[in-house]
Design a protein around this ligand. Structure first.
Ligand code: NAD
Ligand code: UDX
Length: 445
């Protein structure tokens, strides 16, 4: 109908802010609730607290149009909202790797207190199986009179391409309590309306049970992580056997059953999702007296890979980095983000520093977030060429596009010893060697 949909988004981090702004762009009235005072005041002043391409403009235009508002008053946001999305963090709990649900549970209690009329409470955060039912219980306990349903709607966006991923998703998964078909169909109606604009891009909505939706998110992320660990092991094998991992990945990927995406070798996957969600799935399986041994192994393979990269850099320097100057290009876990969570650069730089290297580094947007996580004496440079100045070895850790354009001759001129360790395979080996550089990459002869 012509009536305007209203939603509340609890949490204005990566997921809450991106999905809130995208829903507003669809014409929905969105109130984002954020409790972190610095984040909130930034958002209210029109400053975006995270780096995500296109997000500034999207937030600005929808704020101006009055469809997107920010506040810390959950009652105000929830009043009149047909759907309330929970997009707060679920970091790994110290000790066992299980997801820490304290923020989700706190949000459920706050929502319960604020409910006025019927609303669907939608979990967008990545949460263990059973959490949506637990949220329903918390709300019922807090407000026995509340009229609501719960839904699980995991988010599949990637940082760096978050807006495009949200607006043109491969699918939208919506879990409902299928044991109560009448209630489920009422909630389904609300969520179909919220996601209606996606029918333009023919994004399928897949309705499942609550448990299945929750588990699908972990299964998808763990499968992708497994694909990356697989190609990383193939890259090692290619190096031993004189094969080329890119041709191998192309050859495998042409088989539609395998697919060509997520077969790019590198220093090991990082970010706020894969490391945490693989651990959480292993934990979920153990608690269910089952096992996901492939996922457990994926976690181990990836940890070992990140830890082993410093040794690889030392080997390229003739066995040790002691007394050597190591230049590092890229610090974030992937390009087009300022997110440093679980970046391979963290264990690699700490190991290099412990081994006695002098480290110079540059990242186009991640240096502020990187500083508290990296060794104290890292020298931060203003660009890539400054990093190369006097370096014995130059290591590519993140494949920012601007690094692809670097001239091999310019690098060779500035470096003390021209050794390049390209852990993202962004350079052409022939061009690097023609400039007199010693060039090593991943899985290429
Ligand atoms: P984040 O830490 O960037 O953002 C969470 C925000 O919620 C923070 O700003 C925090 O201050 C706020 N918050 C916490 N409790 C609150 C409350 N009670 N009321 C209002 N605000 C509150 O986290 P994120 O990266 O956006 O991730 C959120 C969830 O989405 C996680 O479960 C994550 O696994 C999942 N997820 C993340 C990504 C990603 O790429 N970052 C992708 C898909 C799914
Ligand atoms: C991931 C999922 O892709 C997304 O669907 C989910 O919602 C959140 O988690 P994100 O962590 O933002 O997204 O980035 P992604 O592009 O998946 O990369 C994760 C890590 O894997 C990065 O460190 C990246 O460098 C690495 N990676 C990715 C590889 O090493 N090789 C690849 O082929 C792909």
């Amino acid at each position: 109908g012509g009536q305007k949909v209203r939603i509340a988004m609890i949490g204005g981090g990566y997921v809450g802010l991106v999905s809130g702004a995208c829903f507003a762009e669809f014409g929905i009235n969105v109130s984002i609730v954020e409790t972190n005072p610095e984040r909130l005041s930034a958002l209210r002043d029109g400053r975006i607290p995270i780096y995500e391409p296109g997000l500034d403009a999207l937030v600005a235009s929808n704020s101006q149009a009055g469809r997107l508002t920010f506040g810390d008053d959950i009652a105000q946001a929830v009043t009149g909202a047909e759907a309330v999305f929970i997009a707060v963090g679920t970091p790994p709990r110290n000790g066992d790797g299980a997801a820490d649900l304290q923020y989700v549970h706190a949000a459920a209690r706050q929502i319960a207190e604020a409910l006025t009329g019927y609303a669907v409470i939608v979990t967008k955060s990545t949460v263990p199986v059973g959490t949506s039912r637990r949220i329903a219980e918390i709300i019922r306990q807090t407000r026995p009179d509340a009229d609501f349903d719960v839904a699980s709607n995991p988010e599949f966006l990637r940082e760096g391409s978050a807006i495009g991923d949200f607006m043109r998703p491969d699918r939208v998964i919506i879990g409902l309590d299928q044991r109560l078909p009448e209630r489920a169909s009422r909630a389904e109606g609300v969520l179909r309306q919220v996601y209606r604009p996606l029918s333009v891009v023919e994004a399928p909505l897949l309705f499942t049970g609550l448990e299945t939706a929750e588990l699908t998110k972990y299964a998808s992320n763990s499968f992708l992580a497994m694909k990356i660990s697989f190609i990383n092991e193939m890259a090692d094998l290619c190096e031993k056997l004189g094969a080329n991992v890119h041709d191998l990945a192309r050859g495998m990927g042409m088989d539609k059953r395998i697919g060509r995406d997520f077969l790019q070798p590198g220093p090991g996957y990082g970010g706020s999702c894969f490391p945490k969600d693989t651990l959480a799935l292993s934990r979920i399986a153990q608690e269910a007296h089952s096992a996901c041994r492939l996922v457990e192994t994926t976690v181990q393979v990836n940890e070992a890979r990140k830890a082993g990269m410093a040794g690889r850099i030392a080997a390229a320097c003739g066995g040790s980095v002691a007394g050597k100057t190591v230049g590092v290009l890229g610090l974030t876990f992937k390009p087009e983000t300022d997110d440093m969570r679980e970046s391979a650069s963290i264990p690699i730089l700490h190991r290099l520093a412990e081994a006695g290297a002098t480290i110079r580094a540059y990242d186009p947007v991640g240096m502020a977030a990187a500083k508290p996580l990296l060794p104290q004496d890292v020298v931060y440079c203003t660009d890539a060429l400054e990093v190369a100045e006097g370096a014995d070895v130059l290591v590519v850790l993140t494949e920012w596009n601007m690094f692809r354009a670097l001239s091999p001759a310019e690098l060779a001129k500035r470096m003390r010893n021209g050794v390049i360790v390209d852990l993202r395979n962004i350079f052409d080996p022939t061009a690097m060697r023609a400039a007199g550089l010693t060039y090593e990459s991943v899985g290429r002869p």
